[in-house]
Design a protein around this ligand. Sequence first.
Ligand SMILES: *[C@@H]1O[C@H](CO)[C@@H](O)[C@H](O)[C@H]1NC(C)=O
Ligand SMILES: *[C@@H]1O[C@H](CO)[C@@H](O)[C@H](O)[C@H]1NC(C)=O
Ligand SMILES: *[C@@H]1O[C@H](CO)[C@@H](O)[C@H](O)[C@H]1NC(C)=O
Ligand SMILES: *[C@@H]1O[C@H](CO)[C@@H](O)[C@H](O)[C@H]1NC(C)=O
Ligand SMILES: *[C@@H]1O[C@H](CO)[C@@H](O)[C@H](O)[C@H]1NC(C)=O
Ligand SMILES: *[C@@H]1O[C@H](CO)[C@@H](O)[C@H](O)[C@H]1NC(C)=O
Length: 779
Amino acid sequence: MLVLMLVVATTFRFCPLVKAQPLCRIRTFRTGKVFPVEEKIQGDRLYFSSGKTHLIKHPCKKTLALYLGRQIFLTKDNFESSLIPFSIPTSMQVGTPEVTSAHFAGSVLLLVVNQKVYVYDYEANFWTASAGIQHPVSHVSGDNCCYGGNSFCMDISNSVFAYLHGDRISQANIYFSTSRGYRFQKYTQERRAELVGTFGGIFSFHSLSQVGLLLVDEQMAMFSYSDHPLNRSFGLPFGYDRTLDILIAPGQRGILIFWSEKNLLVSRNSGQLVESVRVREGQRILYNSIVKANITIHSVAANENELAVLTRENNLYYGSLGIQSSSLIKFADQNIWSQDAVLMFTDVGMLEILTPLPDMLFPAFDFQKCLLNIQALLVDPQLQAGICKVELLQGEFENKMYTIDMNSQLELTALMIPRPGTLPVPLVSKPGPLGAGNQAENRGLHFAFSLLVPQNISLKQQHHWGRANPNFTSSIKRPTISTITLDIANKEISCVDLKPLTALISVGCDLEKKIVIQNELSACYQGVLDPVALQDNYSYVIERGAYDPNFQGQQAKEDLKVYYPYEKLGCPLLAYYDIPWKPVVELWREGKFQEVVEAEYVLLEVNGLFTYTYSLTAGMAGCSAQPQNWTTITEMAGDTASFSWDRENYVSCHDPDYHEPLRWPDVPYQILGGPTENKIVFDQRNGIYIFFISIVDPSYSYCHLETTFSVYVYGAFPLSIFPPEVTIFLLTVATLLFVWLAYMVPQLLHNEQGLEVNGFWVRLYQRCRKSCAHLWGRG
Ligand SMILES: *[C@@H]1O[C@H](CO)[C@@H](O)[C@H](O)[C@H]1NC(C)=O
Ligand SMILES: *[C@@H]1O[C@H](CO)[C@@H](O)[C@H](O)[C@H]1NC(C)=O
Ligand SMILES: *[C@@H]1O[C@H](CO)[C@@H](O)[C@H](O)[C@H]1NC(C)=O
Ligand SMILES: *[C@@H]1O[C@H](CO)[C@@H](O)[C@H](O)[C@H]1NC(C)=O
Ligand SMILES: *[C@@H]1O[C@H](CO)[C@@H](O)[C@H](O)[C@H]1NC(C)=O
Ligand SMILES: *[C@@H]1O[C@H](CO)[C@@H](O)[C@H](O)[C@H]1NC(C)=O
């Protein structure tokens, strides 16, 4: 009995069920071939150097792909029509048309042909050679971000590296482009000179805000990172006994796939930890690594969350790129491999084995596709795929891009419906589980999720001010991106259709934020200035002694006539010259008031007026270092931009790490807002001031919050109308007049004439009480 059962079981194992039905459905795409034509291929026909076949899909344009093999094909319709092999115009004079690397950068295709980089604009059908590269290169690398219209996202698609693989790392020539590869410049990284080993590649890891450099030394490799805080350490070393191709999975989740014919490794955190991919059968691990599985990998395909491998042994392996470990399962043997075959995902759970077919009569190749529906294949009990514990995982945030600025919150909700009787565990991840690498975490951002009711998952991002690690204060100034992924822990391989939910989060400036200066007390409402006159191309004169066009506090040589930009500034605020003043700065978002800004900011009169100072000095403001001021900032910036005091260059004089000694404690302290009670003190001068305001506090927002506004300063006795001599003369005359009146009035009051004079003074006083109160009063 027992023996019989064993035999049955064994037979079962060696007779794969799937053999009965084919693994995939074959379709051939052949178009536009009715009459044989003598079509000539224009230009030099390109080929891929390594004897392997690769397929590169454009992550954002799903039907655009490049096939690299003995021929190269560029398709815009996912290989659904016959194609002439791709060639480069002879005018490019490439010499040997051997391609070593290719990359889609936004709207162009970059190819390294014969150690030079060429740019092909596939929309305009235009070729050009890249500028700026002086040394031979073998590879280009980059990434694509598919949320169009976001400038941060566009920067990702525009950045490209070009380099020669295998040089000594300290001498390797590395080039960087921010123009999709049209122009390159040398890339320098301080630390590179100290590094030993050979150079295995360079990659932008946007979700970590790092550039990773792969060092290879004695069959081991590891990543070195460019920026604080990861520049202090390296990624963990991993085995690298032969050159590995590196694939960046789409979606900025920090997933990297390393592969050669004999090995397959995956990293889920931009190379900080690189792990072997295991081979499983049901729950049992067959091999801990591909090296042990003794297979020869022919082609590897990956999308945002799946991985598939085609081997020369005619096997197909499939696995998910989950948050936790990666493993593959094997589908049964079938005749699916050929030298030119290549594997690609067309959708979640949908694979294609693509083979170009030459044609004796036509130069254009046809394409044979073998279509696999993974979900359907996994039904086979032989594969012991298990039953997916989750029926539905849905979130509105899926594949969306969010912006989260400092002091902002983001709430994301998802719906999970478990299979009755099971309790799957949802799992939230961000790239970089090694702690230090996770910038979002380190800046005090924190994604929390809770199971409100079993089906409801709420994700919340919060700031924990005061708890941020000071070691990361330099990186808090830098905007970055992060992805957030919601998946199911220990998800069964059968959960093919249940893809993890991912959102891209730009930790940076929220462009909807604006600052507005509160203008409740406008000079027009108070009747001091006439709005009609202001709108009618109003101008005023700034006397030469009151301004400096170079903002250095030197008197100008000529008076300045200023046209008041009413459309832009509206009616000025009103400020009384004798009361220290500061504006009330409001934060608005999407046209709605948010809060009064308490952060530090600076002001500058745009015409160079210097007839104002500050109520506090550096000493009174409690500075421990010499504070910056407009003079030092302008010197630092050179001639480039005068109004360039912002969150990037501002250093607080209260910052214990700022070691500029406090040599002049008596200089005015030019920073308003924040912890001090600093205010503007106007000179005794009436007139309009137009101020540029810039929020300099680096931890208030990633945005450059700045604006201009105007103030009308009033109430000052017009000092400088008459020259001093005239004033003295007038005063003398007035004194004499009063002395005379003092003598005359008592005498006059005794007669009738005197009564009239008395009545005149009373009337004058009453009339003046109203209008003069306006003029001299404090409003
Ligand atoms: C890491 O980067 C920071 C900031 O750019 C720099 O101050 C520090 O010296 C760097 N550390 C190393 C080891 O290069
Ligand atoms: C690996 O596979 C090859 C051919 O498939 C076989 O000849 C060889 O013995 C295998 N090696 C091991 C260690 O299993
Ligand atoms: C889950 O949360 C959403 C949004 O907060 C709510 O509309 C829905 O009713 C909740 N579902 C359950 C089952 O509580
Ligand atoms: C900052 O980094 C240094 C050096 O790695 C470490 O000694 C120190 O404990 C860190 N500080 C905090 C608050 O984590
Ligand atoms: C304002 O007046 C000046 C000088 O008369 C003239 O150059 C300028 O174009 C005028 N602007 C408007 C908007 O009328
Ligand atoms: C600006 O600061 C420097 C010292 O950093 C000081 O010498 C200078 O007088 C200051 N300028 C003004 C206008 O306060």
